[in-house]
Design a protein around this ligand. Structure first.
Ligand code: GLN
Ligand code: ZN
Length: 759
């Protein structure tokens, strides 16, 4: 018999119950008990929804973040909160978000833990903090209680924890010490934990070590050996889980670790399965992640069975099946989506449906395909309809992609020649000032948008309200004396969704929330078909803004790579192919903006870096097509049109060549938080075009001083000639208030004037 199991279930709740319970608690409007009750209820519901599995995960639920839970379970609590009063939950939230509740008096003195992305997902975890002296101790009460609760209901469960090596790997040693020096101490506590679980009668424990899909230096490989040598001494059986990629150079290592089972992400590592079977010791379980835990498409069950049956014949009871990774990364239940196009929704599977698929696969293997023939037939029909649907396949789009040639990716002239022509047209002063695009999204704006969506106001009323906002933005920018203006983006709820709604090939869910961090969720749009842009998306708004001023107003677009990386994408063609379709759609908009006389067009690529593969040796191929897509989107313009791009992060030293290859005339980037450290790279690398290193942090409500901005720009001027520098904030201003934005920009403009004088 094949065994089916799961790594983790989305914990936010079908209706985002956890989000609302958390926020209520943080605002002081509910009690810890009420919050814990919601958590208990949700766990209960989720176990129920998974009751068709042979092993249900426990320990995957979290009030904020499973990595932070691990830190607390291992007694690795930052010293800055240890002495603070309150319950351990208070301290937990202090590390998570800087404060326990709204009336927290000490909040100003607690720094929240750093947040970063969990491998290549859009989920952010709280980075464990280490130093040479870090000590660990076991605090497993919460996990043990959950296990007891589940078992009291006669559920067959399998606790899931993060492995010691991945835990160390995902943390940061503040004092620069070697994290691996802590391994021995850490393993002491893991050993205690395994013992405690064994004492409870737990048979199987899943230990996640996704580090195994990254490039590991020898000492980290060694750490894995050392860790599992020690942990194998207990009586509990260990399922070692890898996911998000294939094993490659770590395959032999992974197969040789003394564990009782190994999980492989078949969505990414199908080609390794034979090798893994050959390398695994005889009695070790092989768990295959055959259902995509990162995307929302139905599995092709027949094709999967065609492949799996042979493996099952060989492995028999040694074969387990699961999703490729935790279902944390997909929405909860497709049944909530009553308004979705019926044809398209027939192609989708969210967490609940994915587990149903798993059950069907198990039944087919255990009892023969006949036992589930109806379900298989339904699935096959849906898969076939999707493959052949004219909603998906649009010949004209495919033809256009086929016809893309390299001349479309290049500007007519190279940068130095363009710069001369653009300078003549734009007549900008030295150290020109601009902003990144959005201005405060006030209540008026949000209400107007939502009323319009609900058809409570007419289109004309809506347009008028937006125009008033645009006019206000232009007026304020003119008063401030900025050089290149923006319309302020009041009509956009989200920089991806706004465009996606106007393109073909996209659908949107109502409840398709996926946790991003803590109580924060995102609702990625779904790309289901070939993409095109039926009509202009931004031209009217930009032209209206431009009609109010003689200064240039930037056309403002989201780039193809960011559109791709922040959507659920098709699995029936490579990401690069979808990206090229997006690029052509954006290119059409760029063309229309240029035709309409707009002289500067900004194409944001906020998420370009996020798409980087986990292994560095694969970066190159991603960057090749991503940069090409950007170039196709941007480079249809004439020399006198200035292309800007924007990126919201500062670590791009390692991709600087790719950034330069994008060949935007101007790039604006985040630098202020790193005190322009980023610019060090320009000592070694001659960045050829213009650059606007963000001079203040828009995430903070504080007003930057004139001197601080001058200081930062002087640092920049040491590396980049003044003729190629711009002065701008770090990112868009939509989350700020007007009374924060005005003084900040006033100082920014003043700083730029000071700089001009000093040249
Ligand atoms: N133009 C967008 C804005 O200003 C860019 C947002 C972003 O980079 N995340 O809001
Ligand atoms: Zn940004």
């Amino acid at each position: 018999m094949v065994t089916i199991h799961n790594h983790g279930f989305p914990r936010i709740g079908k209706q985002r119950e956890l989000k609302f319970a958390l926020e209520k608690y943080w605002h002081g409007a509910s009690t810890e008990q009420a919050l814990q009750q919601t958590a208990t209820d949700l766990r209960q519901q989720h176990w129920q929804l998974q009751s068709g599995l042979d092993l249900i995960p426990v320990g995957d639920f979290s009030l904020y973040d499973q990595v932070l839970d691990m830190s607390f379970m291992l007694g690795n609590i930052p010293s800055r909160v240890r002495h603070l009063q309150g319950s351990s939950l208070d301290n937990y939230f202090r590390v998570a978000r800087g404060r326990a509740t709204a009336d927290e008096t000490t909040c100003s003195c607690v720094r929240a833990g750093e947040m970063t992305k969990w491998f290549d997902t859009n989920y952010h975890y709280i980075v464990p903090e280490f130093d040479q002296a870090t000590d660990f101790s076991l605090h497993a009460e919460s996990l043990l209680a959950q296990i007891r609760q589940a078992r009291s209901q006669n559920l067959d469960i399998k606790p899931v924890i993060i492995g010691p090596v991945t835990y160390l790997w995902s943390g940061k040693a503040g004092d620069g010490s070697n994290k691996l020096d802590l391994l021995d101490r850490l393993l002491d506590v893991y050993t205690d934990l395994l013992q405690a679980l064994a004492d409870l009668g737990v048979q199987w424990l899943q230990i996640d070590e996704p580090v195994l899909v990254t490039e590991l230096a020898t000492d980290w490989q060694q750490a894995l050996k050392q860790a599992y040598e020690r942990l194998s001494h207990g009586t509990i059986k260990i399922l070692l889980a890898t996911y998000f990629g294939d094993l490659q150079d770590n395959l032999t290592l992974a197969c040789g670790l003394p564990v009782n089972g190994l999980h492989l992400d078949v969505i990414n590592a199908k080609q390794e399965v034979d090798k893994v079977i050959a390398a695994l010791p005889e009695k070790v379980i092989l768990s295959l992640g055959v259902i995509d835990g990162r995307n929302i498409w139905k599995t092709n069950l027949t094709a999967t069975l065609d492949w799996l049956e042979k493996i099952y014949t060989r492995l028999q009871d040694r074969l387990w099946l699961a999703p490729s990774c935790s279902l944390l990364h997909v929405p909860v239940d497709l049944d909530s989506e009553q308004q979705l196009d019926k044809e398209i929704s027939a192609w989708l599977a969210f967490a609940v449906q994915k587990l149903d698929e798993l059950t069907v696969l198990a039944r087919a293997l255990n009892n023969g395909r006949e036992s589930v023939s109806d379900l298989l037939a339904d699935n096959a029909a849906a898969i076939k309809r999707r493959q052949q649907s004219s909603l998906v396949h649009v010949a004209a789009v495919k033809k256009r992609v086929d016809e893309v040639d390299e001349t479309m990716a290049a500007r007519r002239s190279n940068y130095p020649q363009r710069a001369v022509i653009q300078n003549k047209r734009l007549q900008l002063p030295l150290y020109p000032t601009t902003t990144i695009g959005s201005f405060p999204q006030t209540k008026v704006i949000r209400h107007a948008r939502s009323d319009y969506r609900k058809h409570l106001v007419s289109e004309q009323q809506y347009v008028e309200t937006m125009q008033q906002e645009i006019a206000r933005c232009i007026r304020e920018q003119a008063l401030l004396g900025l050089d290149v203006l923006v319309h302020g983006e009041p009509e956009r709820n989200d920089m991806v969704e706004y465009f996606a709604e106007q393109l073909t090939g996209y659908v949107f869910t109502r409840y398709g929330w996926v946790q991003s961090y803590g109580s924060r969720c995102v609702k990625p749009p779904i790309i289901y078909g070939d993409i095109s842009r039926p009509e202009a998306m931004t031209v009217d708004w930009i032209l209206y803004a431009q009609s109010l001023t003689d200064k240039p107003v930037k056309g403002m677009l989201t780039g193809p790579v960011t559109m791709l990386n922040w959507s659920f994408v098709r699995d029936d063609q490579p990401r690069s192919a979808t990206c090229m379709q997006l690029a052509l759609a954006i290119r059409d908009e760029v063309d229309d903006l240029e035709q309409a006389g707009i002289s500067i067009i900004q194409i944001d690529e906020a998420a370009l870096r996020e798409g980087l593969p986990l292994r560095k040796k694969q970066w190159h191929s991603y960057l090749d097509w991503a940069v090409r897509a950007f170039r196709i989107s941007a480079n249809g313009v004439n020399d006198e049109t200035q292309i800007h791009t924007h990126m919201c992060y500062s670590e791009f030293n390692d991709i600087i060549q790719a950034i330069a290859d994008m060949d935007a005339d101007v790039i604006t980037i985040e630098t202020s938080r790193s005190n322009m450290e980023l610019l060090d790279i320009f000592d070694a690398f001659q960045y050829p075009n213009q650059i606007g290193p963000g001079v203040y942090d828009i995430h903070s409500p504080n007003t930057p001083t004139v001197d601080s901005i001058v200081e930062l720009m002087k640092k920049a001027t040491l590396r980049i000639p003044a003729q190629r520098l711009w002065v701008n904030p770090d990112c868009g201003l939509k989350t700020r208030q007007w009374d924060e934005v005005i003084p900040a920009l006033r100082n920014m403009v003043a700083a730029s004037k000071k700089l001009r004088k000093s040249v």
